[in-house]
Ligand binder design. Structure first.
Ligand code: PRP
Ligand code: URA
Length: 207
C-alpha cells in the first residue's frame, strides 16, 4: 500500500528540491520541511491515550501519543530526514541501518545496524529520501523484522512504480508514504525525473 501526499505546499517544496540549482544548504532545509508534511500524514492514525490536564479554567480531556516511535534513517541520505521527524515527535527513539547501493549491481550492501529494543513493540518509521529499485528499503525492512519489529512504515520523498511494486511484493504489510511517485528508473537505476543523488545533494559531496 502507498499513500502520496499531494498537498500544494508539499508539491511547491518538491519543485524547489528537484531544481538542479538548489544547493546543499537549501536542499537540506527542504528535505526537513517535506519530511514534516509527509510524517504528519503518516502518523495520522497513531494510537493516543486520553489524559486529564488542568488548564487555568478547568480540567480538559487531552490526548497524547501512547506509543514508542522508533525512527530508522537509512544511512546516509536518510539522516537528511531525521530532523523533520524529530520536530514532530521529539520523544522518538532512533535506530540506524547502514546500506549503500553497489555501483555495478545496484544491489544494497549492508554495513551497519543498531536498533533500540523498543523497535520490537513500537512503531518503526524507516526514512530514506529515495525509494528507487526498492532494494534498500526491502533490505531495511528485512533487518527490522529480523530484529523483531512488527509495525513498520516507510517514509520517502520520491519514489517510482518499480520500487513501490517491490516493497508491495516483499512486504505487503508495510505502507509507504511519499511526496512523489515519478515516472520510471533510467539505465543507472536513478529515478526519472527524480532529484539526482540525494546523499550527494544533502551532504555537498559529488558523485
Ligand atoms: C540511495 C538512497 C537509497 C537508495 C535507493 O542511497 O538514499 O538508500 O540509494 O536505491 P534503491 O531503492 O535502488 O535501493 P545510496 O546507495 O546512494 O547511498 P548513500 O545514501 O550513502 O548516498
Ligand atoms: N539513489 C538516489 O540518490 N537517487 C536515485 O534516483 C536513485 C537512487
Amino acid at each position: 500500500m502507498h499513500i502520496q501526499i499531494d498537498h500544494p505546499c508539499v508539491q511547491h517544496k518538491l519543485a524547489l528540491i528537484r531544481d538542479v540549482d538548489t544547493g546543499h544548504k537549501k536542499f537540506r532545509e527542504l528535505a526537513t520541511e517535506i519530511t514534516e508534511f509527509v510524517c504528519y500524514e503518516a502518523l495520522k492514525n497513531i494510537n493516543t491515550r486520553e489524559i486529564d490536564v488542568q488548564t487555568p479554567i478547568e480540567m480538559a480531556k487531552c490526548h497524547t501519543i501512547d506509543h514508542d516511535i522508533v525512527v530508522v534513517p537509512v544511512l546516509r541520505a536518510g539522516v537528511g530526514m531525521l530532523e523533520g521527524i524529530l520536530e514532530l515527535v521529539p520523544t522518538a527513539r532512533v535506530g540506524f541501518v547502514g546500506l549503500y547501493r553497489d555501483e555495478d549491481t545496484k544491489q544494497p550492501v549492508a554495513y551497519y545496524e543498531r536498533f533500540p529494543p523498543q523497535a520490537k513493540n513500537g512503531t518503526c518509521i524507516i526514512i530514506d529520501p529515495m525509494l528507487a529499485t526498492g532494494g534498500s528499503t526491502v533490505a531495511a525492512i528485512d533487518q527490522l523484522k529480523a530484529f523483531g519489529a512488527e509495525d513498520i512504515i516507510v517514509i520517502c520523498i520520491v519514489t517510482c512504480p518499480e520500487g513501490l511494486a517491490l516493497v508491495d511484493e516483499k512486504h505487503p504489510d508495510v505502507p509507504v508514504y511519499t511526496a512523489a511517485i515519478d515516472k520510471y528508473l533510467n539505465e543507472n537505476k536513478y529515478i526519472v525525473p527524480g532529484l539526482g543523488d540525494a546523499g550527494d545533494r544533502l551532504f555537498g559531496t559529488s558523485h
